[in-house]
Design a protein. Sequence first.
Length: 252
Amino acid sequence: MKSNDLKKILNELENDLNLINPELREWNQIYFRNQKNRYIPDLETIKKWYNGGKILEMGSVPCHFTYILKKMGLAVTGLDIDPNRSKQFIEKHKLDVIKCDIEKDKIPFKNNSFDLVIFNEILEHLRIDPIFALKEVNRVLKPNKNMILTTPNLYSIINISSFLMGKSINDAYDEFDKIHTLGHAGHVREFSSNEVKRFLKNTGFEVIEAKFINYDYEEYGYLGSSLSRFLKIFSRINPRWRDMQVIISKKL
């Protein structure tokens, strides 16, 4: 997709950010502003590892990425713990988003149904049973097909600096309170690359690529904008200090 095409899609999406439950509109606007810059690298990753067929996107709401993928002409189905939060947006754009609590409910599809699974920005939110969720993903993914997983890097330089300054990564109360205010938990737990790889290895996947990247978010962590910007630049020296990890695995 050309950058101008994506820019047009993002502009159209921004015009519909009010099509969400009223109490979530401010969050939806902030989410879009902070996340839109990761859509380009995420799309580049999909382009590299997707060979056609049906896509399953985990954790769809607020459905920004579901919308982008559909606008690109891809066959995407989203799963979400409560799609009704984005009911108006889903209905207007005829998105296929199904209610499913991926930590407790079986994914409502037969074995070997999908050609790609997108598990982006999900693992850190799981609070009950990520092993169950990953095993279910493995079940519905076709053999030798890929899952794209992105999640924050526990050992990012910003996190390390926070620890050294006596600060936590996230405010635990605020992250759990999002269950009540947003309908899903915040960042309950962030993981090291080796921890993520162990989850995947023990749920039926083989890791075929793992890398660390920085997204160009408009907000820069908990250390203040200037310091966070400097640390992100400094992280270029050692990729393992970068904010995010992208792990590609395939079903065995």
